[in-house]
Design a protein. Sequence first.
Length: 353
Amino acid sequence: MRILLLISAYLILLGCQSDEQSANSEKLSKLKEVEPSAQTQPQERPPKPAADNASAGLYINQIQFVGSHNSYKMAMPEGFVKQLLKLNPKVVEALEYEHVTLAEQLDLGMRKLELDVFYVADENQFLVGHVQQIDMNSNCGTLRICLNQAGEWSKNNPSHAPIWISFNAKDEEILGLPDPEGFTPTAFALMDSIIEEVLGDQLIRPVEVADLNWPLLNDARGKFIMILDEGGVKRDMYYEGWQQRPMFTNAPEGHPAAGIMILNEPIEQIDEIKRLVAAGYMVRTRADADTREARDNNTSRRDAAFASGAQAISTDYYLPATHFGNDYQVILPHAIRCNPVTAPVDCRVFGSN
């Protein structure tokens, strides 16, 4: 949101966009969906062995793993970068990250993905991108394409630990840019239907873990957890009737729909994260944000994230930040490890994927 406010303040001065940029935007809006066939230092990842009996008796809230932030994101178009650099280089710095394909991320051990979706009512679909018009380059252009890519990888790797996919429902209005369509009950119903269509038989659903009854890791292999990462009106709109919904929400502690919490500041919130994790909740936090930690090679936030016991640690740098002249990286030796807060003392998941 901080980035969006900065963009809003400066884009009003941009005026009309170039013909090339307008063409790119029009091309994206008409995109047709096709089904596509804590060690935290840099290291060569070992081969992934098959799941063994080491994790027998371990629940999915007793592990920890790394995931990517804005997992779809490719580099911003050069024309928009040049315009923004003239106005505010800090905005560009915050957006200076990009990702390999979803399948490559999953191969590297990411077990949490994040998608930003824009509702397009007249096309009955959702575009996937970061900021309308100016930052919409994506490794998977629509929700259905992204889910199909994750599902295809899962079929080829059926013993994987559960994969989280979280969603931001993007409808912020930014001065100087086209207004996106707002999210309504109809939009969320369509989103649910696409999720059900593509991954329905692989979902761990909110109603299945009421009262924080998480499944065993070995029973949850090959499955997905969907999370709507929203608060306020959109969250409340969605978790009405949560027993029939495929996505978890960032519901308040004690709410019957509560299971997964989003607390993105592991240094300031470490005690709260530890408390929630110990109480049985699953938590997502962030090891870095806006490229700051990677530019400074500052690992304090990363270290706090791992120590907090948050199950999902989100980063933009599962690959080393060599383009910033250092080796900042957030990765584990294997896809999952024993959770430092909740795992039993005899926990062992070495080699697990």
